[in-house]
Ligand binder design. Structure first.
Ligand code: NAD
Length: 268
């Protein structure tokens, strides 16, 4: 992919799932990767280990790539400030931010504890904004950069019992569009990709064959997505191949946003 080799990339929430796959994908494309984690240094170190062993397998000396782990809770401004300081000092700058960290908590919308609702807004939406602010400040002083946000089909599709999650991802869409417009003349592009059902730890049903089959029966392509399929799209949006795209959400969902119940046409 054009424009990733040698770039410095920060991936939030990169110790598992889609973020982990993104970190590994970008490193395989020759990027220097900072793996952010909140509370799992061991898993983050395993991601770096995998990046380095992939390099060796590809015949590239692992020390040719800089990489690091960095602890931060993205919902805390002081953590985010310190994370950006560490990443910029260690990698020598930042070219690409991937806002991936997120969580979902379900519950009836009139009953869910406000503390759970607040967590989803604070991490998924406010955390992405805190990181975007820091990245943009750096990009403005260094000739530009790219932000890719990991949104969700639920920025568009309502999801009963997930009001905090849907609101946070709809807010992420508004942020993507607003920042893209505001910084379009500054060589800063901001886009989102929106996964559908993806096989990661956020979805405990992935290990329950019956529930998984039920969920997949609603997906036009008949299967869940993989973290690697999401990583490929994040890489495309961050690369020079997407040089003229800004303010967009690319849905990566096996057709989930295409009114699946209309798949079988009415004949009457
Ligand atoms: P995951 O649980 O494996 O990954 C979420 C990551 O975010 C974890 O590593 C977690 O530690 C990290 N995180 C949570 N709170 C954090 C905080 N305060 N600070 C820093 N990191 C924090 O699940 P995933 O599916 O890989 O989720 C990644 C992103 O993808 C999320 O934003 C999620 O909303 C989005 N997404 C996932 C799916 C899916 O079906 N898996 C669908 C749509 C969108």
């Amino acid at each position: 992919m054009r424009g990733l080799k040698g770039k410095n990339v920060l991936v939030t929430g990169a110790s598992s799932g889609i973020g982990r796959a993104i970190a590994i994908h970008f490193a395989a494309a020759g990027a220097h990767v900072a793996v952010n984690y909140r509370s799992s240094p061991k898993e983050a170190a395993e991601v770096i280990h995998e990046i380095r062993s992939n390099c060796e397998k590809a015949g590239i000396p692992a020390d040719d790539l800089k990489n690091m782990t960095v602890q931060a809770d993205v919902s805390k401004e002081e953590d985010v400030d310190s994370m950006f300081e560490q990443v910029i000092a260690t990698l020598g700058g930042l070219d690409i931010l991937i806002n991936n960290a997120g969580l979902q908590i379900q519950g009836a919308s009139h009953e869910i504890p406000i503390s759970d609702f607040d967590k989803m807004i604070d991490i998924n939406m406010r955390g992405a904004y805190l990181c975007a602010r820091k990245a943009i400040t750096h990009f403005l002083d260094h000739g530009g950069g790219v932000i890719v946000n990991d949104s969700s089909v639920h920025e568009l599709i309502p999801r009963p019992r997930y009001v905090g999650y849907t609101m946070s991802k709809a807010g992420m869409q508004a942020m993507t569009r607003t920042l893209a417009l505001e910084y379009a003349r500054d060589n800063i592009r901001i886009n989102s990709f929106a996964p559908g059902a993806t096989l990661t730890p956020i979805n405990p049903w992935k290990d329950d064959p019956e529930k998984k089959a039920d969920i997949e029966s609603h997906i036009p392509m008949g299967r869940s997505g993989t973290p690697e399929e999401m990583a490929a799209v994040a890489a495309f949006l961050a690369s020079d191949e997407a040089a003229y795209i800004t303010g967009q959400t690319l849905f990566v969902d096996g057709g989930l946003t295409l009114y699946p119940s209309f798949r079988t046409p009415w004949t009457g």
